[in-house]
Ligand binder design. Structure first.
Ligand code: HEC
Ligand code: HEC
Length: 198
């Protein structure tokens, strides 16, 4: 009896494993999700970068934005001299290194506002891409360093585990899965980081 259970659980685990690895490896052209798979790496990548989970923290101005409607951050929070807020009300007064799903305060290591030269709010996809590739505006990164930031930085990856807001409602993740997005960023960079014309 025990042995059968063991076999059954092995089979179950096996089929999950198989389903996972298959769906993980589906080529971009197989339409599992019509909305995103028909698109090229640049579009997939920009579907993420233009999402509010990123743009709320890359605003054009001195105030972070919040929520699905990107309203100005509550409590009059502003950028401050070093993007970490004003003395006495710095970001890490409230934001910790992990989400606090009890209070609804999102968290990740180094939580702070993207410097003003890295603003994306209000830019077109093409403009964001040019900004991101410009060492004057991207923190002096070369392409390799940019790809590393885009695919590994904890503030970026937070977008796929955004926690719940202060009303307990889950925040919406970007419209492309993390795995697909990472693949798309790498494919775009490897193909020469071409930015399409407007
Ligand atoms: C909590 C705020 C926050 C969130 C959320 C956030 N960023 Fe950033 N981002 C920053 C900060 C701060 C920097 C500057 C860090 C540095 O230069 O090392 C930055 C820098 C960057 C840079 C390098 C500079 C540039 O403009 O090229 C990229 C690329 C980037 N973020 C992408 C993203 C993407 C993609 C998302 C969403 C999936 C995202 N960020 C979400 C705060 C955030
Ligand atoms: C007084 C506490 C407090 C301080 C200080 C604070 N925040 Fe927040 N922040 C919150 C709370 C609470 C939320 C969640 C609100 C909600 O979603 O209901 C939040 C949400 C956010 C979000 C929204 C995430 C999203 O995509 O919806 C961003 C971005 C953000 N804060 C950035 C910052 C930055 C950058 C600083 C420092 C310059 C900062 N916050 C300072 C309490 C604070």
């Amino acid at each position: 009896m025990r042995f059968r259970l063991f076999i059954a659980s092995l089979l179950l685990m096996g089929s999950f494993g198989l389903a996972y690895s298959l769906s993980d490896r589906l080529p971009e052209t197989v339409p599992t999700n019509q909305e995103v798979t028909a698109e090229d790496p640049f579009t997939l990548m920009m579907n993420v970068l233009t999402h509010k989970r990123c743009v709320n923290c890359h605003p054009n101005g001195d105030r972070p934005r919040q929520g699905e409607d990107s309203h100005y951050h509550n409590f009059g929070v502003v950028r401050g001299p070093d993007n970490h807020g004003l003395e006495g009300l710095t970001c890490n007064t409230c934001h910790q290194s992990e989400n606090d799903d009890f209070s609804g305060v999102p968290g990740a290591p180094e939580w702070s506002l993207a410097p003003i030269e890295m603003y994306w709010e209000g830019l077109s996809r093409t403009e964001i891409a040019h900004s991101m590739l410009d060492p004057e505006r991207n923190g002096g990164r070369n392409l390799k360093e940019l790809v590393k930031h885009l695919t590994e930085h904890e503030l970026v990856l937070w977008a796929w585990e955004p926690g719940v807001n202060s009303e307990g409602i889950p925040r919406e993740p970007p419209p492309v899965s993390k795995e697909k997005y990472i693949e798309a960023v790498k494919a775009w960079a490897e193909a020469g980081a071409v930015v399409p014309a407007e």
